[in-house]
Design a protein around this ligand. Structure first.
Ligand SMILES: Nc1ncnc2c1ncn2[C@@H]1O[C@H](COP(=O)(O)OP(=O)(O)OP(=O)(O)O)[C@@H](O)[C@H]1O
Length: 189
């Protein structure tokens, strides 16, 4: 078991966004979070990542979790090479950053301030393939990606599940059907 949610609830002010949700996730599983705007997908990912505290219930996590926000956040003044080297050093990891940039079709020496939104999304995926978390928490990973980028995303998720678990919040039903074993539907707020 990599992740277990027990009767998880989250309230902002008077509004309950997540209500009494239980879920358990094993290594190798991919789960899609579906639901309209404002239904609580990002909130649930942030609860899973430990970035938000539940109002009620519990989140039990094992291993290393990484949350990919939408849009991803980077240091604008670093180049892709510098950012990946920083990330690897920060996580005490080693990896073929040059190979990862090549695979995702990205320039090594351009400052991230000059990256398009799709290039930033590609870089965020390249970064995850290098850091290899146990639990991948992806918020709308398809956003801003072109067709080739979406194919790379599917390939990345399929590879990730070999040693990890993936939870993705998405508005793309076709992506969810292509990569996920099951879906959790969150209702409208
Ligand atoms: N920090 C916060 N304070 C107050 N309300 C919040 C906060 N974060 C989220 N909410 C509210 O929680 C609800 C769920 O938001 P969330 O971002 O989780 O939805 P979502 O399903 O990810 O939406 P989208 O599909 O638009 O990305 C919304 O009504 C939102 O306004």
């Amino acid at each position: 078991m990599l992740l277990r949610l027990e009767a998880l609830s989250k309230r902002f002010g008077r509004d309950w966004v997540i209500r009494d949700l239980s879920l358990s996730l094993d290594r190798g599983e991919v789960v899609a979070l579906l639901g309209p705007n404002g239904s609580g997908k990002t909130t649930l990912l942030r609860l899973m990542a430990g970035l938000l505290k539940p109002t009620r219930g519990r989140v039990e996590r094992q291993g290393h979790a990484l949350f990919l926000p939408n849009p991803p956040a980077f240091h604008r003044h670093l180049t892709a090479r510098e950012h990946l080297l920083f990330d690897l050093a920060f996580h005490g990891a080693a990896g073929d950053w040059e190979g990862a940039l090549k695979r995702f079709g990205l320039p090594a020496e351009l400052p991230l301030a000059a990256f398009s939104s799709g290039m930033k999304k590609r870089l965020a995926l390249a970064r995850l393939t290098l850091l290899r978390p146990d639990l991948w928490l992806l918020d709308e990973p398809e956003t801003a990606l072109d067709q080739e980028g979406r194919a790379l995303l599917q390939e990345t998720i399929r590879e990730a599940r070999k040693g990890a678990s993936v939870v993705l919040a998405t508005h793309d039903r076709a992506l969810a059907e292509a990569v996920a074993d099951r879906a959790v539907w969150l209702g409208a707020a």
